[in-house]
Design a protein around this ligand. Sequence first.
Ligand code: PLP
Length: 400
Amino acid sequence: MPALSQRLGRAETAAAVVMSTRAREMRAAGHNVISLAIGEPDFATPEVAIAAAAKSARDGLTKYPPVDGLPVLKTAIQRKFARDQKIDFALNEIMVSNGGKQAIFNAFAATLDEGDEIVIPSPYWSSYALTAQFLGGVAVPVSCPENNGFRLRPEDLDAAITPRTKWVVLNAPNNPTGAAYSAEQLQDLAAVLERHPHVWIFSDEIYEHLRYDGLGSISIAAVAPQLRDRTLVMSGVSKTYAMTGWRIGFSGGPAALIRAMTVVQSHATAGISTVGQAAAAAVLDAPQAMVAEMVAAYHRRRDMVVAMLRRAPGMTCAVPEGAFYVFPSIAGCIGRTTAGGRPIETDRDFAVALLEEQHVALVHGAAFGMSPHVRISYATDDASLEEACNRIIRFCEDLR
Ligand code: PLP
């Protein structure tokens, strides 16, 4: 076979994908596997989105769209940013991408040179580091200790920034910990960032509506307008509206950066599916009660999962403020042996053994840069969650 690129050697497959693939294989082999490995809402796409997609297809909205997004969606996003995050973006400060994920690729590809550093609060969603590495950047994880609610401390942020820093990534509510920030906490981080004017700020707000502390969406771009000319805010419809498969994400930021990201996107994928854009525009402009209903369900599930996992010997589980993950420590399970005779030396051992012996898939903390933890997604129906938690409790009780 002719050679593949050296760059490809820097791209690992995300652990969540590896675990859910293994779960799928085991299911195909006849096992009753419950997968809590992937951040995928179990709810159906809102009807208003489906109707808009169908109508747009029938109406002939089926030709190449503008690379940066259809005007109907860009204006809906503009209204959404103003309504939810209290940020006013001009239309040339907004672009649509294939999910939030492509916004990361666009932003990094448009700005990174070989060896540039990306400061990433850890634990983190692995895509930032993997995408940065793929593009020649260097991920600089900064530990966000559990005893600080898994939040980034301003002094740690300050210490991590060097002359080579190109981006600081913020992600709140956070995947995998659910940690979120108050306006004051964001202001403290902004005060540090103000002292480093060579740094771009990537604010991943894809879980903005999934907050259980009553504080609602809080964006650093609104809290710290002095950083607006170098802050990129990313969000999308995947998590808020249970529309992961429609692949619609969006970003708001300085016009020059958006223009550069649009150039990247024009070469990678060109415009985004027109029917998906029509669906996203409809759901963003629809009455938002459906979001409140889903958030109430996640809230209930979070409370159930935390309460149940606290009964698992060897696990300690903090209460997350947002998103749909818990990130318990399994420190008390390390050094023990499973009922099936598997030694647990690492959180990966724990995840693999739990899947093999109790048929529950989750993701080990090392994949997010913090061990020994596991990430459990509770974006799954209540009955499956309860059964999965019972299996986890049993697995921990059986450790010797
Ligand atoms: N950002 C975070 C923190 C995520 O967890 C995810 C998906 O898991 C995304 C972005 C990407 O979302 P999308 O499906 O819109 O690409």
